[in-house]
Design a protein around this ligand. Structure first.
Ligand code: TMP
Length: 207
C-alpha cells in the first residue's frame, strides 16, 4: 500500500536555528522509516533558485514590495509543480524550510503588503494545498539578530532593521494563535538539545 506522507514546514525569523533543526527533523523521520525530502523556499528547483538569487541580492535596492511578493509566488508555483505535488503523490514526507507563512510574515508583516492580496495569491497558486504541520521557531528578535550576525555577509532581507523583524515575529505569532492545530510554537532560546527535545515530542505525536 502506498504510504501517506506529510507536508511539514519550518518557519521563524533570522538566527532562530532553522538549519540545524531541519537537519534534525529530517534525520529523525528517516530513522523512523519515513521517505523524506528536504527542500526550501524561495527555491527548491533550478528556476526557483534563480528567482531566489534575485530576491536576496542586496544590490536590488529598488525592488518594490509587489515585485517581491510576486517573485515569491512565482518561485513557489514552480516549486509546487516540480517538487511538492510530485512528492505528495509519491507519499513522501516533505520538510520545507519556509513556505507561505513567511510571505504573510515578511511581505505582509514586514513590508506592509495587504494580507488579502497575499491570500488571493495563496489560493491562486496553491489551490487547497497547505502544510499539515508548521514548526514556528520563536526567539526574541535581538537574540536572533545576534546569532545571525556571526554568519556571512547579510542578504537583502538580513540587512533590514530590528523593527522590521519585530513585525515579522508578531505576524508569525499571530498566525500561530489563529491556526493552533497546524502550528507548533517552539521556544528557540534554550540550547539546541533542549530545542530538539521539544521538536521530538511533536514528531512522536504525529508519526
Ligand atoms: P532563508 O534565509 O531562511 O533561506 O530565507 C531567505 C529570506 O527570504 C528570508 O530572509 C525570508 C525571506 N522570505 C520572504 O520574505 N518571503 C517568503 O515567502 C519566503 C519563503 C522567504
Amino acid at each position: 500500500m502506498r504510504q501517506i506522507g506529510k507536508f511539514i514546514t519550518i518557519e521563524g525569523g533570522e538566527g532562530v536555528g532553522k538549519s540545524s533543526n531541519i537537519a534534525f527533523i529530517a534525520e529523525w523521520l528517516r530513522q523512523h522509516g519515513k521517505d523524506v525530502i528536504v527542500t526550501r523556499e524561495p527555491g527548491g528547483t533550478p528556476l526557483a533558485e534563480r528567482i531566489r538569487q534575485i530576491l536576496l541580492d542586496k544590490t536590488e535596492t529598488t525592488m518594490c514590495s509587489d515585485t517581491e511578493l510576486l517573485l515569491m509566488f512565482a518561485a513557489r508555483a514552480q516549486h509546487i509543480d516540480e517538487v511538492i505535488r510530485p512528492a505528495i503523490q509519491n507519499g513522501q514526507w516533505i520538510v520545507c524550510d519556509r513556505f507561505t507563512d513567511a510571505t504573510y510574515a515578511y511581505q505582509g508583516g514586514g513590508r506592509g503588503v495587504s494580507l488579502e492580496r497575499i491570500a488571493l495569491l495563496e489560493t491562486w497558486v496553491q489551490g487547497n494545498l497547505r502544510p499539515d504541520l508548521t514548526f514556528l521557531l520563536d526567539l526574541p528578535v535581538h537574540q536572533g539578530m545576534q546569532r545571525a550576525s556571526n554568519r556571512s555577509a547579510p542578504d537583502r532581507f538580513e540587512q533590514e532593521q530590528a523593527e522590521f523583524f519585530e513585525r515579522v515575529r508578531a505576524c508569525y505569532r499571530l498566525r500561530a494563535t489563529q491556526e493552533p492545530t497546524r502550528f507548533r510554537v517552539i521556544d528557540a532560546a534554550p540550547a539546541l538539545q533542549q530545542v530538539q527535545a521539544q521538536i521530538e515530542q511533536v514528531l512522536h505525536a504525529i508519526v
